[in-house]
Write a protein that binds this ligand. Structure first.
Ligand SMILES: [Zn+2]
Ligand SMILES: [Zn+2]
Length: 224
């Protein structure tokens, strides 16, 4: 099995907690640095949720992509995010186009509960995950889930926290297996973990994958 939900093999493979704090590198939550497509379902511009600065040596694994910025986007106000979405990055990572969106549901969040577009912007910094964030056994897995959302809202690289194994990680262009990048969850912190916006996205985790060769990004959710 290639992607085991937990196991000793994750020990020592640490990713990063993404936390609001000023950094030497320009990592952001929110903002509109990139050219993001308009959502076909709700008609608003999609959210640039995070944008990571690939000059940061912590992200050297992703650097081979030939892009200098890595934006993680999706509309968070409608049903588009519920089914897999594929995006094409170009222009050094500053332009995002939709390749494919599978959602057929027709649901849009009530206007008063929608997240603003663009999301208010603030800095974030990458902190090495703690041991309890790394899913090496079943017990630890539950702890890791508890901390995710209550102490930080984005896991970057390292071990994914799957509820179930993802089935289809093939790049739509070249059929190679895509690489796991990050997972985003909602803000359950008290006080809020993200100060500039009440980051509520519902009970789901959004997983991001990339094909570094084709610069294709996939999103897929799992319910929490
Ligand atoms: Zn939408
Ligand atoms: Zn590919």
């Amino acid at each position: 099995m290639k992607h085991r939900p937990y196991g000793e093999h994750w020990r020592g493979i640490k990713g990063y907690r993404v936390i609001e704090e000023v950094d030497d590198y320009k990592h952001n939550i929110g903002g509109q640095y990139c050219e993001v497509p308009v959502c076909k379902l709700c008609g608003k511009r999609m959210h640039q949720i995070f944008c990571f600065d690939l000059k940061d040596p912590k992200l050297s694994e992703l650097k081979a992509c030939g892009i200098s910025k890595l934006p993680l986007v999706s509309c968070l106000n409608c049903a588009m995010v519920w089914k897999p979405q594929y995006f094409q990055l170009s222009n050094e990572g500053r332009t995002i186009k939709v390749l494919n969106q599978d959602s057929t549901e027709d649901w849009t969040q009530d206007e008063e509960d929608q997240l603003p577009v663009p999301l208010p912007e603030t800095y974030v910094k990458l902190f090495e995950m703690k041991d309890e964030d790394v899913p090496i056994n079943e017990e630890n897995y539950d702890t890791a889930f508890d901390l995710f959302g209550s102490e930080y809202v984005c896991r970057l690289l390292g071990a994914p926290l799957y509820e179930e194994l993802p089935k289809d990680l093939e790049c739509t262009k070249c059929n190679s297996e895509m690489m796991y990048i990050a997972t985003i969850t909602q803000d359950l912190g008290d006080p809020n973990l993200i100060s500039v916006v009440d980051f509520q996205i519902g009970e789901m985790n959004i997983f991001y994958y990339i094909c570094k060769k084709c610069l294709v990004i996939k999103t897929e959710i799992q319910s929490t």
